[in-house]
Design a protein around this ligand. Structure first.
Ligand SMILES: *Cc1c(COP(=O)(O)O)cnc(C)c1O
Length: 346
């Protein structure tokens, strides 16, 4: 890995971050707050939230077996993705490399930040090779994006290839684990202390059932977290969100039960989907969705919309010709989908 200071954009390296009222105050016993121009009425929402979300990070650190200094929390993992661009990639000069197809936000954030986005196609098994990623990279490649289980393909990337890339690439490797909970493979968080260039993304939006609260996490070496904390908005995670996340962390058995149910339902839904006359192939899944090739993705997608059932048409993506992406719902929802497709007449 290059020295971190060399990877950081020069303006960010030299940035003096905004110092909020609550940053400056460090005393323990204060009870009169006349420092932040807040309204004294309407608790608790009258007060600015903790800019570094320390209570929530302490709890999450315990659950994830990392240290608080290894955690960035943001407005969804989407904020984490964007802040990595803004921290490391110089607009109009630097570039990033990503597997293709994958999660669309990497490219959107690259485009917004005017960063060249280099795609490396996955093979027929939706796997990648570390060598091909490195071949697409150059001295100005700051980030590589890997998503595993990958969206929209649903599969886990081969872990030895992932680690080979982390060990041999001299920029940062962003490893998106949005669907980790649904997979049998372990989290790469275990290797955080071994890899100074690894950034792991996780989210409360999927297994944790909390897409509405907008909370995502980036886990990385404390030096990386410290620099992205400089770039983030001071109060980027609201108090209601911090509270809702604390509640979810106290309800982990519920999350485990949802995951168990959804993985069981996934297997049933995929087996039923494979039997449909319209289905040509159901791709293996380690997530709470699966990709399937059908006879005509556009027509079937439109037919389902007419039936009030919305899935995702992925037909236009690389290697996804005539593919639909189906999220696993409740048993009743899954049955409605299957029934509708049984009734489909071309
Ligand atoms: C859904 C998803 C996310 C989650 O984004 P949030 O902003 O946290 O809701 C992140 N990465 C991938 C690959 C996803 O599919």
């Amino acid at each position: 890995m290059k020295p971190l200071q060399e990877l950081i954009r020069p303006n960010i390296r030299n940035l003096k971050p905004y110092s909020s009222a609550r940053d400056e105050y460090k005393g323990a016993a204060a009870s009169v707050f006349l420092d932040a121009n807040e309204n004294p009425y309407n608790p608790p929402n009258n007060r600015y939230p903790d800019p570094l979300q320390q209570e929530l990070k302490a709890r999450l650190a315990e659950v994830k077996n990392v240290s608080s200094e290894q955690i960035f929390l943001g407005n969804g993992s989407d904020e984490a993705i964007d802040i990595l661009f803004r921290t490391f990639c110089e607009p109009g000069r630097d570039n990033v490399v990503a597997i293709d197809p994958t999660y669309g936000m990497y490219q959107v954030c690259a485009d917004v930040n005017d960063i060249e986005y280099r795609k490396v196609p996955l093979d027929e098994a939706f796997q990648f090779s570390a060598g091909k990623i490195r071949a697409a990279a150059d001295q100005r490649t700051k980030l590589v994006f890997l998503c595993s289980p990958n969206n929209p393909t649903g599969n886990e990337l081969r872990r030895n290839e992932v680690e080979k890339l982390i060990q041999t690439f001299d920029g940062l490797v962003v490893f998106d684990e949005a669907y980790r909970d649904f997979s049998a493979a372990p989290t790469l968080l275990k290797r955080l202390n071994d890899y100074p260039n690894l950034v792991v993304l996780q989210t409360f939006s999927k297994a944790w059932g909390s897409a509405a609260i907008r909370l995502g996490a980036a886990f990385a070496a404390p030096e990386i977290i410290a620099v992205i904390n400089k770039v983030k908005y001071p109060y980027n995670v609201s108090l209601p969100t911090q509270k809702a996340a604390m509640d979810m962390l106290s309800n982990r058995h519920k999350v485990e039960q949802w995951v168990k149910t959804l993985v069981e339902e996934r297997e049933i839904l995929m087996a039923n989907f494979a039997q449909l006359p319209v289905t040509e192939k159901v791709f293996p899944s380690d997530a709470n969705f699966f990709l399937a090739r059908v006879t005509n993705a556009v027509e079937i997608y439109n037919y389902l919309v007419e039936q009030g059932i919305i899935i995702r048409n992925r037909h236009t993506l690389a290697r996804c010709e005539n593919c639909l992406r189906v999220t696993v719902g409740t048993q009743a929802e899954n049955n409605r989908l299957i029934q509708a497709l049984k009734n489909y007449k071309k």
